[in-house]
Design a protein around this ligand. Structure first.
Ligand code: ADP
Length: 322
């Protein structure tokens, strides 16, 4: 292995820069040339591929987003389009590609390795949603979690001052991890996630009982995949007459400087991805399980269900928020 490339793809997440840095520095440490592909798979098609040096990743570990930029490139689903990307890698004798992104990005990486045997591919899970098999945590999840905690703590101050119920919408289309972990951390009275059905009549009753017991405010944290905060507020209004406010946290959740946990995770996974390439491995995604770095074939990541929603944690959060 003499030359590798790295790209970031799909939704960005804090810690992607730390992962790129680890890939670049581990490669150079092992006397491998590294190329950065700008704008995800679109950059592979546009030949937007540039050599990176040790200094290219200086002063990046603490920055959110991705300095290689990310993009969605739907054209990449076409085999003839992927061939252009493969040719752009091959003309530079690049033999390894590290893709940092979600499982959509992994699919592109898998197809490249299937369609060109000379190119090995390894995926690194970069998404705030924590929704990828083959890892307990994705890069960016911890930062987004802490951002939500910070925001909800602030909202709680005003909720308490005005004795209001706040319905807060967090990211998470199919995966309720962010809402669950954040909800537990802020002591939300109700956590609504896509994995568990919530009856809004029960939610209304719980809020009512809380008010009777002298509670000054309530927080309902709803993952966007369940319904919008506004829809939730409208539905609750059918059962209970209370003063509610709605807050959609939005893209703030994707930004910011990565937490220590995300920087460490990104560094470990970035370093391991390069080691795998050097060992001739391909079509695998790296991850962390029980605090050990592991690699899982893309097929098992796509078809598996090892990243299960933590029902025990959900039940605990429920018990603690009575
Ligand atoms: P994520 O990686 O966060 O899941 P997307 O699903 O948007 O995000 O995928 C990111 C990019 O990966 C897409 O824009 C496309 O370029 C590529 N991609 C996704 N799915 C496929 C697929 N089935 N075949 C080839 N490329 C894909």
């Amino acid at each position: 292995m003499k030359k590798i490339a790295v790209l970031t793809s799909g939704g960005d997440s804090p810690g992607m820069n730390a992962a790129i840095r680890a890939v670049v520095r581990t490669a150079i440490y092992n006397e491998i040339e590294v190329y950065g592909v700008y704008h995800g798979y679109q950059g592979l098609l546009d030949d937007d591929i540039h050599k990176l040096e040790l200094g290219s990743v200086g002063d990046t570990i603490q920055r959110g987003g991705t300095f290689l930029y990310s993009a969605r490139c739907l054209e990449f689903k076409k085999p003839e389009v992927r061939q252009i990307a493969i040719n752009n890698l091959r003309k530079r004798d690049i033999e390894g590609l590290v893709v940092i992104g979600g499982d959509g990005s992994y699919r592109g990486a898998q197809l490249i390795s299937q369609e060109c045997k000379e190119i090995q591919t390894i995926g690194i899970p970069g998404t705030i949603d924590n929704d990828i098999n083959g890892t307990d945590f994705t890069i960016g999840f911890d930062t987004a979690l802490n951002t939500i905690i910070d925001l909800v703590d602030k909202i709680r101050d005003t909720a308490s001052s005005h004795a209001r119920t706040f319905i807060i919408e967090a990211m998470g289309r199919d995966c309720g991890d962010l809402a669950l972990w954040a909800g537990l951390s802020v002591g939300a009275e109700t956590i609504m996630v896509p994995e568990v059905k919530t009856d809004l009549k029960d939610v209304a009753e719980k809020i009512e009982q809380g008010i009777k017991r002298g509670k000054k405010h309530s927080i309902v944290l709803v993952a966007e995949g369940v319904m919008t905060a506004q829809e939730c507020s409208n539905e609750l209004a059918k059962f209970i007459n209370i003063d509610t406010r709605v807050s959609v946290l939005g893209h703030i959740q994707r930004g910011g400087s990565p937490t220590g946990a995300d920087r460490v995770l990104a560094s470990r996974l970035g370093g391991y991805a390069v080691e795998l390439l050097m060992n001739g491995e391909t079509a695998k995604g790296v991850g962390i399980k029980n605090n050990k770095v592991i690699a899982t074939p893309f097929d098992d990541i796509f078809d598996g269900n090892d990243h299960k929603f933590d029902l025990d944690l959900y039940e605990l959060a429920k018990k603690l928020s009575i």
